[in-house]
Design a protein around this ligand. Structure first.
Ligand SMILES: OC[C@H]1O[C@H](O[C@H]2O[C@H](CO)[C@@H](O)[C@H](O)[C@H]2O)[C@H](O)[C@@H](O)[C@@H]1O
Length: 609
């Protein structure tokens, strides 16, 4: 059986990553990239679907873990009856090939250790052909090859490779597993100890670049390291999470593939990275975005593959039973074909910060966003699937319209920056029209709150972002009313649900955990309406839900007290970073005064209020 989600740790080389359980088992690894087939898929099935375990051969008495400070190098300390050893796991910075290095280091006594490797390519389905080679063992099936090199003795056992050895204090046994294409020569061997030194040096250099001071600096740094690990270095794309189909409710079917780049998630990541001082990554993402969305604006997608691929066809891996029997296991994501209007606002907001924030802008760079906004002019009033990617019918989602307002607002600011006059009057008229429409159709007087869709009675936690994007000022009673209504009706055990799945038809059976990003958004919202103490309490509660390594999945099951949903999830970590910066009173780009101090629509809304 797979571990609890929070019992996994993440290692990675910024092209892919692996999940290592507290039991020393790597249960998830897609190779060679985030969106490739997995060669270890026990996470979504059983050990027979591929895993790599190193653990005491006798009963485990205690396990504790940590990352080496400021790095993504994982150290698991196992205590058994016969002694203790540390398992050091990491993926070195990639050269031509990708490696997973596992160093087993004796700490005390003489411990019996067992290593068990079951390679299964293509998401746990294909048993490879395993043969010995002069310096190790190679496994081949179809396009894939892995090579295991070790100082330990190996033998075969029941379609697995096994090693059993005794480890004394101060001794090291090393294992290096390397991926290569099967038609190419075997990848070269690396020195695991040198790789450890280099990897540590690289992460230390990276973390030193950050500007993370203040009481929450440790949490911020861990989240930024996690976001960096979710970045696909060759292209700058950022995946929403490294897993597919970890369920939003245990045993349920809200199971999705997150190994893609959502414009929304990546845009929020960009702001978190810039707040954290990582402008190089922000620039790389900006360039990824330019390439991904290049072309006809009518063909804009809400998500792309790590290199900008558009075809993310959704299918089910029927041979995998799913995490704790949560079926189906899905690959690809049909939401890629949805219309979600908020994405235009998120991209324009990011454009304003990334383009004009980093480089002060090249007028050429505005052509693509300008086309996008011109297209939005023709579709902003249509119903869509919304931020939560509803699988029910399209609706007039309030958050989508708010973000359409953001798109025009930011486009106007960019046009002003470049000294254009032509589209400004048209966009200003539209921006103000959307503002007035949202205020008239999406505010419910009885609830004293904005609601999920025009004319409905349902609440939606995405509306916590309204003050953050500047749609209405913090002091507006409608903002306070919305925050308080969400607090009253969408908070479960102190944390925030996206919406009430038992009352809203989203095309799926009801039931999911509280949404961690929304709970961090609540921190921001409370701070904005002057409830700083409540904001801090909620933030610290949220910090306590991170696992022992500081990692968060998408949602939390407050009844079972377990993390649920894909893991580790960018959106949760982004929201953590932005909430922490907001509480610390520094950084948050969206808090900065806009260029033109107060837009006319905001002046108008203040008067209405
Ligand atoms: O809830 C249904 C949808 O769930 C996923 O989307 C969620 O994750 C995305 C990535 O983090 C996020 O951008 C989105 O706002 C979330 O609702 C899933 O990817 C969708 O296919 C699914 O319809």
């Amino acid at each position: 059986m797979a571990c609890r989600i929070e019992d996994y740790g993440l290692i990675g080389d910024c092209e892919t990553s692996a999940l290592v359980g507290k039991d020393g088992s790597i249960d998830w690894l897609c190779w060679p990239t985030f969106s490739s087939g997995a060669c270890f898929a026990a996470l979504l099935g059983s050990p027979e679907n591929g895993r790599w375990q190193i653990s005491p051969a006798t009963e485990i008495v205690k396990v504790s873990r940590r990352y080496r400070p400021h790095t993504l190098i994982l150290e698991t300390l196992f205590e058994a009856k016969d002694g203790r050893f540390t398992l050091i796991d990491f993926m070195p910075v990639r050269g031509k090939h990708s490696d997973v290095v596992r160093i087993v280091r004796g700490v005390q006594g003489a411990v019996a250790v067992r290593m068990e490797l079951a390679m299964r390519f293509d998401y746990g389905r294909v048993v490879p052909w395993v043969t010995r080679c002069e310096d190790g063992l190679q496994a081949i099936a179809g396009p894939d090859m892995t090579v295991l090199r070790t100082s330990a003795e190996l033998h075969g056992e029941d379609m697995k490779t096994v090693s059993e050895f005794e480890l004394k204090e101060g001794e090291d046994v090393t294992f290096v597993l390397t991926y290569g294409a099967s038609h190419e020569p075997r990848p070269r061997a690396i020195d695991p100890h040198k790789a450890l030194e280099d990897t540590e040096h690289t992460w230390l250099k990276w973390t030193q670049r950050g500007k993370t001071a203040g009481p929450y600096s440790e949490a911020i740094e861990r989240s930024l390291i996690t976001l960096k690990a979710l970045t696909y270095k060759p292209t700058g794309g950022i995946v929403a999470a490294v897993t597919t189909s970890l369920p939003e409710a245990l045993g349920g079917n809200r199971n999705w593939d997150y190994r893609y780049c959502w414009l929304r998630d990546a845009t929020f990541t960009l702001l978190a990275l810039m707040n954290g001082g990582y402008y190089e990554e922000a620039t790389a993402w900006k360039n990824w975005l330019r390439r991904a969305i290049a072309g006809s604006p009518e063909q804009l997608q809400i998500m792309y593959g790590i290199s900008g691929e558009r075809n993310l066809l959704e299918w089910e891996a029927t041979w995998l039973p799913g995490y704790e029997q949560s079926a189906p296991v899905r690959m690809g994501n049909a939401a890629s074909n949805q219309v979600q209007l908020d994405v235009y606002g998120e991209v324009m907001d990011a454009y304003l910060h990334a383009e004009l924030g980093i480089e002060d802008g090249d007028p050429e760079s505005f052509k693509l966003p300008q086309n996008m906004v011109e297209h939005l002019e023709t579709i902003w009033d249509q119903p869509d699937q919304g931020i939560w990617e509803s699988r029910g019918g399209p609706q007039q989602f309030t958050y989508s319209k708010v973000m359409a307002w953001v798109a025009f607002d930011r486009a106007i600011r960019a046009a002003e920056h470049f000294g254009y006059s032509d589209p400004i009057a048209r966009w200003t008229e539209l921006r103000d029209r959307i503002h007035a429409e949202v205020c008239a159709k999406a505010f419910d007087n009885e609830l004293g709150s904005f609601v999920q869709t025009y004319g409905s009675k349902m609440l939606d936690a995405s509306l916590l972002l309204m003050p953050l994007v500047g749609f209405l000022p913090n002091e507006d009673p409608r903002i306070k009313g919305t925050i308080e209504a969400i607090e009253k009706h969408l908070v479960s055990d102190g944390l925030v649900l996206r919406y009430d799945t038992s009352k809203v038809d989203d095309g799926l059976p009801p039931g999911e955990g509280v949404f961690l990003a929304c709970s961090f958004w609540m921190v921001n919202a409370l701070k904005r309406i002057g409830r700083e103490e409540d904001a801090r309490k909620l933030f610290e509660h949220l910090l306590s839900l991170r696992n022992d390594l500081g990692l968060l999945s998408e949602e939390y099951d407050t009844t079972q007290k377990r993390q649920v949903g894909n893991f580790p999830q960018a959106l949760s970590h982004i929201a953590l970073v932005n909430a922490a910066f907001s509480l610390q009173g520094d950084g948050n780009l969206r808090h900065r005064a806009p260029r033109n101090k107060e837009s006319s629509s905001r002046r108008a809304s203040k008067q209405q209020a």
